[in-house]
Design a protein. Structure first.
Lengths: 381, 194
């Protein structure tokens, strides 16, 4: 066996750092279909998994890749897939299945510019709303957005921990630039990495109810083959997992899958505040765009403008309360993202008219430069 | 200290690997912050590509080159597309057989026969490593010790020796060129004094 945690100092790109984070988190199953700019994740997992007792499968497409990781997770193995735009679209239906079956798993989207085949080798952040609402029906999702190889390493571990704790597919919404950007990545000793596991079934196997929630709203999980009575379906189901075709059963199930996230927002949501204490202008950004924003904050401050940055580490669930509080004291919001206004709409919604919300957007295929942002900031003063 | 390095050329020339090797030397061996990004097209070979490296002693926010201190060009298109990004007082290093014309170039120019030297060593594909030796020698942006270990760690197993030989060729040429320049400068100075 090879070591699963490569403790030490490395110079890695974001894709490889993501794969190493997954291995450090205990991921032992990867199913995927190669696609630029996420291919390096699959490639690295295919090299590493056999050496740590795991399984890698290259599937026939992204639909089956998503189905396979749900299946592996139901059998008790931490599992992951990685893709980009077109593959993300194909995975949408089975993301819904993972949500309905409350199956822990991690999906990485290394975003490229779309729609359709778009710009395969060039970055964008155009799938942020698709991440929130791309599968049909009403549900909650958790999505993280990394801004560096070091951060994607840790976020992948966090993604597994959240998916296990809340029994939900967790999305890592990276972008081509972070995926292909190489920087220092420090991998800690495995004893320093805290890992969470799904709540497990206990008690009489014949009376087990696979969707009966525990104290934090999350139902303990029995794995296939353990002898517990389990039934999984994408149809609306009761606590036994059996189809229940009534409005009452629907209300109960949707309350469970949304409530377990909404009641734990403070434990899920993470943001970084940069020079925000006395800021008049609050930038809101995530992923690679937040790096340009950090530079822009410093440059604006050098010119005497009090700018700060709210960097979203968790994008979904959206940090509503944090933006609401900020709206009471900042003069302007400027959202910076590689699309023409997606998270911008969320900021607008949460600002509730208290502060004007502006956008530095871009259709994708390049990065937003610090100059673009500084120009917008100076226009406001 | 913030140094911005831009390496340009064609897919297949090992441009991206060159950036990776430099970035790794700066990060792991020289203990600096380094951010390495790449841009390439959908073609496997022959398309224009570039590697961008930012090295700093402080955290790097924006990881792209805004005004290059060092521009390395291994193709004519690479030179034409990127030479405007070179600082006026920057260093331009061109593969003199691949870039035929660098008229009007700003900065300090070093023409290097990297591809020819690699061919003489028996492997044209080591031109990138010859170039790295030269860059290390004339710019001092990364340490020699760091580069030697970074090159050995990054090339295919079994080819370490030949690659280090290629690197050393480039490095030695750089040292010789610097020496010749110093001599010439000293000569000019003597003439002025005389």
């Amino acid at each position: 066996m090879e070591p699963a945690v490569l403790t030490g100092e490395h110079f890695l790109n974001g894709d490889v750092a993501c794969a190493e984070g997954a291995l450090a988190a205990g991921c032992r199953f990867f199913a995927g279909y190669p696609i630029t700019p996420a291919t390096e994740i699959a490639e690295h997992m295919s090299k590493r998994l056999p050496g740590v007792g795991g399984v890698f499968i290259q599937m026939e497409d992204e639909i089956s890749a998503m189905a396979a990781i749900i299946g592996a997770s139901c059998a008790g193995v931490k599992s992951m897939t990685a893709t980009s735009g077109p593959g993300f679209s194909l995975m949408m239906e089975n993301i819904g299945l993972g949500i309905a079956m409350e199956t822990p798993c991690v999906l990485v989207n290394v975003q490229r510019a779309g729609p359709s085949t778009g710009l395969p080798t060039l970055g964008a952040q155009g799938d942020m709303m698709q991440a929130r609402w791309g599968s049909h029906g009403h549900y909650e999702i958790i999505a993280l957005s990394p801004c560096s190889p070091q951060e994607i390493f840790y976020q992948t571990i966090t993604a597994f921990n959240l998916s296990e704790t809340y029994r939900i597919p967790v999305l890592i919404m990276a972008d081509e630039i972070v995926g292909h950007l190489a920087e220092r990545v420090i991998i800690p000793q495995s004893s320093k990495i805290s890992l969470q596991s799904r709540p497990r079934a206990k008690g009489r196997k014949d009376r087990f109810k696979p969707f009966h929630p525990g104290a934090n709203g999350v139902a303990p999980m029995a794995h296939a083959g353990e002898g517990y009575m389990v039934h999984f379906t994408g149809l609306t189901h009761d606590e036994r997992g059996y189809p229940a075709m009534t409005a009452d059963a629907q209300a109960e199930m949707i309350e469970r899958i949304t409530g377990k996230i909404q009641r734990n927002l403070d434990k899920i949501i993470q943001v970084e505040r940069y020079r925000l204490e006395d800021a008049d202008i609050a930038l809101v950004s995530y992923g690679i765009s937040s790096r340009s924003s950090l530079a822009a904050v410093d440059e604006a401050r050098e010119r005497g403008v009090k700018a700060g940055l709210l960097r979203l580490i968790t994008v979904w669930p959206f940090p509503e309360q944090i933006v609401r509080e900020l709206a009471k004291r900042v003069k302007r919001f400027i959202t910076v993202e590689l699309n023409l206004g997606q998270i911008h709409l969320e900021v607008q919604r949460c600002a509730e008219g208290r502060a004007p919300c502006l956008l530095v957007g871009h259709a994708g295929g390049a990065v937003i430069t610090p100059e673009d942002i500084v120009k917008k900031i100076l226009e406001q003063t | 200290m913030r140094k911005e390095i831009l390496i340009t050329g064609l897919g297949g020339q090992g441009i991206v690997l060159a950036g990776q090797v430099l970035g790794m030397a700066a990060c792991i061996e020289d203990h600096l912050e380094s951010s390495f990004t790449q841009s390439y097209g959908p073609e496997a070979r022959g398309g224009a590509c570039s590697a961008q490296l930012v090295i700093s002693d402080k955290p790097i926010h924006y990881p792209y080159v805004r005004a290059a201190d060092i521009l390395v060009c291994m193709s004519q298109t690479g030179y034409e597309k990127y030479h405007h990004l070179l600082r006026a007082e920057g260093t331009l290093i061109v593969d003199q057989d691949m870039v035929r014309s660098w008229e009007g170039a700003s900065g300090d120019v070093f023409p290097v026969p990297a591809t020819r030297m690699a061919e003489e060593l028996g492997r044209k594909m080591m031109a990138n490593i010859v170039m790295l030796g030269f860059v290390t020698s004339v710019t001092g942006a990364v340490s020699l010790k760091g580069m030697l270990s970074s090159v050995a760690d990054s090339v295919p197993k079994g080819t370490e020796k030949t690659n280090i030989a290629a690197f050393t060729k480039g490095y030695d040429l750089g040292q010789a060129m610097l020496k010749a320049r110093t001599k010439k400068a000293a000569g000019n100075k003597n003439k002025e004094q005389g």
